[in-house]
Design a protein around this ligand. Structure first.
Ligand SMILES: *Cc1c(COP(=O)(O)O)cnc(C)c1O
Length: 492
C-alpha cells in the first residue's frame, strides 16, 4: 500500500532522459554544448561523442528505475541530476575505454594465449611503428623497381637461423599447417601417429585441419605407442606425406613410444615421400640453459632431415603472431604458388615485427636479454624475488589491517605450445584479504581499468612477478591499493 505509493512517487521523480541530457549539455545560460561538456565531465569523458553521452544517460536512468522497482531506493534526493551524475560519469568512462586494452599478467604463465602470447622487443616495436606511419617496400623490389615479394623480406634471415633452404611466413601456425597439407597432399594420403592427433586451443585439431586441407588422414599405431613398421605398413601409392606433430599441450607418460624424426626421414627417403614436422612452438635457441627440458631447436629439426617444418611466431620464438614454414626449396616454391597462400598471408606490421625479432637472434646472448619471452623464461628466482620484494614494500603498510601481505615461493609455467607443463621456480606476492573473500579480490583486480590477472592458490591471491616487468610494478601496486581503497570507501 504505502510502499506502492512510495514507489510511484519515486518513479515519477526519476529524471527524464532528454531533460537529463539538456541539464548536462545546455543548462548554463549561453556557453556552447562542447564547452559545457568539458566543464562537467572528467578528462577521460570529455572526448565522448554525443551518442555515447546519450547512451550513458539512458543507462543511468534505466538503472535507477530498476533500483526503485527493486526497492533499493527510498529517498528522492538520490534521484536528482546531481545525485546521478557520478553514476553517469562512471558509465561513460567505461564506454570510453577501448574494448581491446592492456593488462598486467601476474599469472606467471609466460606464453599465455588468452593474454596475447608474446610481448615484442622494443626494436621490433619501432619497426612496426615505422611501417605504420610511412610507405614501405612491402612488395616493391628496390633493386629492379618492379613488384617484389613480401616473403623475401625475412626469407634469408630465416634460412640463416635455421639452416633451411627456403622459407615462407603466413598468418599463424594453424594456417601454415593447412597450407602445407593442402599443397603437398590434397586428394592424397598423410600418415600420422594416433598419439599425435592433438587438439591445440579451441579449434585446431589435426584431423579436422587435415580434412579442410583436402588431404586424407591415415592413422597408424596405438594411442600410446607407434613404431616405424606402423608407418611403413601404411605407405601406399597414394601416400603424399609423413607427418609428425609435436604433442605440445599434452604429454604421455608410462608405456609409450614415438618414432624419432630421423627414422621417419630415412623411411620417407626410401619411398620418395617427404616428411613434415608441425613443431608448434619451435625454439631458435636451446632452452635447457633456462632449466627447461630438452626440446630440439628448429635448426636441429632441419638438420634431422625434415623436408618441411612449421612453427608459430608468437610462442617460444617470442615474436608476433605468424606461421613460419621452412624447408626444401622445391617444396616451399610449390607452397608459394598455392592460391590459398594469398588468403593466409601476413600483414606488414607482422613482417616488421618478425624481422625485428629475428634480427636479434643474430647474437644469442642479446636475444636472451632483449626478447621478452626469452628474458622472462630465463629470469632467475633471485631476480624475480627482487621485484616481488619491491612490490611488497609498496603495498604492505597501506594494506595493514586490510590484507595479509607475504612473499612466497611459487612455480611459473611456460604456457602455450611446447613445454606447457614445465614449471619454473618463481617468487610471488601472496595477498589474503581480511574483509572480503579472495574471489572478490581476484574479481576486483580483474575489473580495474588496468586489469591485474593473478591466480588463486591455497585461498590466497598470488601475483607471480616472473611475467611482470620492472615498469609494471608501480602500476601493479597502485591497482592493488585502488581496489582496497574503493572497498573501504564503499564500507564507510
Ligand atoms: C600452437 C600450435 C599450433 C597452432 O599454432 P598457432 O600459431 O596458434 O596457429 C599448431 N600445432 C602445434 C603443434 C602447436 O603447438
Amino acid at each position: 500500500m504505502d510502499t506502492v505509493n512510495d514507489k510511484q512517487m519515486l518513479l515519477r521523480a526519476l529524471p527524464k532522459v532528454d531533460e537529463f541530457l539538456r541539464w548536462l549539455l545546455f543548462d548554463d545560460g549561453g556557453i556552447s554544448a562542447e564547452m559545457h561538456k568539458r566543464q562537467w565531465l572528467s578528462a577521460d569523458c570529455e572526448k565522448a561523442p554525443l551518442f555515447l553521452v546519450k547512451k550513458a544517460v539512458r543507462e543511468t536512468v534505466a538503472a535507477s528505475r530498476q533500483a526503485v522497482l527493486d526497492g533499493k531506493v527510498s529517498d528522492v534526493a538520490t534521484l536528482t541530476h546531481d545525485a546521478l551524475f557520478a553514476d553517469l560519469q562512471r558509465r561513460l568512462a567505461l564506454m570510453m575505454q577501448p574494448n581491446f586494452r592492456t593488462l598486467i599478467n601476474a599469472s606467471g604463465v609466460v606464453i599465455h594465449t588468452n593474454m596475447g602470447r608474446s610481448l615484442l622487443p622494443e626494436s621490433a616495436m619501432q619497426g612496426i611503428l615505422q611501417v605504420g606511419r610511412c610507405y614501405s617496400n612491402l612488395e616493391f623490389d628496390l633493386k629492379t623497381g618492379k613488384r617484389g615479394s613480401r616473403y623475401s623480406l625475412v626469407e634469408e634471415i630465416l634460412c640463416e637461423l635455421t639452416g633451411a633452404e627456403a622459407a615462407l611466413v603466413v598468418n599463424n601456425n594453424a594456417a601454415a599447417v593447412l597450407l602445407v597439407l593442402g599443397t603437398l597432399a590434397e586428394g592424397r594420403e598423410v600418415i600420422v601417429s594416433r598419439g599425435q592427433l592433438v587438439e591445440i586451443g579451441g579449434s585446431f585439431r589435426i584431423p579436422e585441419v587435415m580434412k579442410k586441407s583436402g588431404a586424407c588422414l591415415v592413422e597408424v599405431g596405438a594411442t600410446n605407442r607407434t613404431h616405424l613398421r606402423d608407418y611403413e605398413g601404411a605407405i601406399s601409392a597414394d601416400t603424399a606425406l609423413l607427418l609428425k606433430v609435436h604433442t605440445s599441450n599434452y604429454r604421455m607418460i608410462g608405456f609409450t613410444s614415438e618414432v624419432p624424426l630421423s627414422e621417419m626421414v630415412a623411411l620417407g627417403a626410401k619411398h620418395g615421400i617427404p616428411v613434415m614436422e608441425d613443431l608448434g612452438s619451435g625454439s631458435l635457441v636451446d632452452l635447457t640453459r633456462c632449466g627447461l627440458a630438452k626440446e630440439p631447436t628448429v635448426r636441429e629439426v632441419v638438420a634431422s632431415g625434415a623436408d618441411v617444418v612449421t612453427f608459430s611466431g608468437d610462442k617460444l620464438l617470442g615474436g608476433p603472431q605468424a606461421g613460419l614454414i621452412i624447408g626444401r626449396k622445391a617444396i616451399i616454391d610449390r607452397i608459394k604458388k598455392n592460391p590459398l597462400n594469398r588468403a593466409l598471408r601476413i600483414d606488414k606490421f607482422t613482417l616488421a615485427g618478425l624481422e625485428g625479432v629475428l634480427r636479434l637472434y643474430g647474437d644469442e646472448r642479446q636475444a636472451m636479454r632483449s626478447i621478452p619471452t626469452l628474458a622472462m623464461l630465463s629470469a632467475t628466482r633471485q631476480e624475480i624475488g627482487k621485484r616481488a620484494a619491491r612490490l611488497k614494500r609498496l603495498v604492505q603498510k597501506p594494506l595493514a589491517g586490510k590484507c595479509l601481505v607475504e612473499l612466497c615461493d611459487t612455480e611459473s609455467r611456460v604456457g602455450g605450445g611446447a613445454l606447457p607443463e614445465q614449471a619454473l621456480p618463481s617468487r610471488a606476492l601472496s595477498l589474503r584479504p581480511l574483509t572480503v573473500s579472495v574471489n572478490a579480490l581476484e574479481e576486483g583486480l580483474r575489473r580495474l581499468s588496468l586489469p591485474i590477472i593473478g591466480r588463486i592458490e591455497n585461498e590466497a591471491m598470488l601475483l607471480d612477478l616472473r611475467t611482470v616487468s620492472d615498469l609494471e610494478i608501480q602500476p601493479l601496486a597502485h591497482g592493488v591499493l585502488d581496489f582496497f581503497s574503493t572497498l573501504s570507501a564503499e564500507k564507510g
